[in-house]
Design a protein around this ligand. Structure first.
Ligand code: ZN
Length: 130
């Protein structure tokens, strides 16, 4: 059984609850808010933008989620980008949950569920062969 559950919408870790005990695999969302905000085209576009921005750079390069927002909404004035930042962070957390990305603050990998403030994203490095 998988011990760590991640919300399919916001990508945050979910605390195990008693009512999940029987069928934890059926629980996909952390809250009604997340359940009601299904992932749409723009969310998938943000995920794709994050990956393609990182893949076009060196392996150790990092990006700010706002760069992905800029790719998906090229027409948007800078002052409006903010509105999509949480969606970009959620897209990043989903990618992290899928194992393809990591989140950094001041050069250190941080927990995506609890990080506050500015973050950077980096492709997850494959661990060195043992
Ligand atoms: Zn959620």
């Amino acid at each position: 059984m998988q011990e760590t559950l991640t919300c399919a919408r916001c990508g945050r870790r979910m605390t195990r609850r008693r009512r999940w005990r029987d069928r934890p695999d059926t629980v996909r969302y952390c809250s009604d808010a997340c359940r009601n905000r299904r992932i749409g085209q723009s969310d998938r576009a943000l995920e794709a933008a994050i990956v393609s921005l990182l893949e076009s750079r060196s392996a150790s390069a990092t990006i700010c989620p706002s760069e992905a927002v800029r790719v998906v909404y090229p027409e948007l004035p800078g002052s409006e980008l903010r509105r999509h930042m949480e969606a970009a962070r959620q897209a990043a957390r989903r990618l992290i949950a899928a194992g393809s990305l990591e989140m950094l603050q001041r050069g250190h990998v941080v927990a995506p569920s609890t990080a506050r403030g500015p973050i950077r994203l980096r492709l997850k490095r494959t661990p060195p062969e043992a």
